[in-house]
Design a protein around this ligand. Structure first.
Ligand SMILES: [Zn+2]
Length: 125
């Protein structure tokens, strides 16, 4: 009789554990599902950003190229010229020192305020 009771109680606890496992399994499935959605969203976002970036690059290059080409035609061969002793190498306009620093930094295109040619700094000079 005592064994019978013990057996019943063990059976109960097995059933209880089975239920627990089942509910944990459900939570796990749900989490997996959520994770997949989040991953898919991240991937979509990444693809969109990559797409935008490529469009921007193409856009920038086009603008730059068209300006450069325009200048080449006007200047007869030169679209860009180096700074010579702090002055524009094309029209010899003396550039403000701040502008010379910016040209040396090379993080953006700078045009001569006098003749409009693109300037660069030639450090072999
Ligand atoms: Zn100039």
């Amino acid at each position: 009789m005592k064994l019978e009771i013990e057996k019943n109680s063990l059976e109960d606890s097995v059933k209880e554990n089975e239920l627990k496992i089942e509910s944990v399994g459900t939570v796990l499935e749900k989490s997996k599902h959520d994770l997949q959605i989040a991953l898919a969203e991240t991937e979509t976002e990444e693809a969109e950003l990559r797409d935008k970036r490529e469009k921007f690059i193409v856009q920038i290059d086009k603008n730059l190229l068209s300006e450069y080409d325009k200048f080449k035609k006007v200047r007869g061969g030169y679209g860009i010229i180096s700074i010579s002793r702090g002055a524009c190498g094309s029209c010899y306009y003396s550039l403000p020192p701040q502008m010379v620093i910016e040209v040396k930094r090379r993080d953006k295109l700078i045009k001569c305020p006098s003749c409009g040619i693109h300037l660069f700094y030639d450090d072999t000079e």
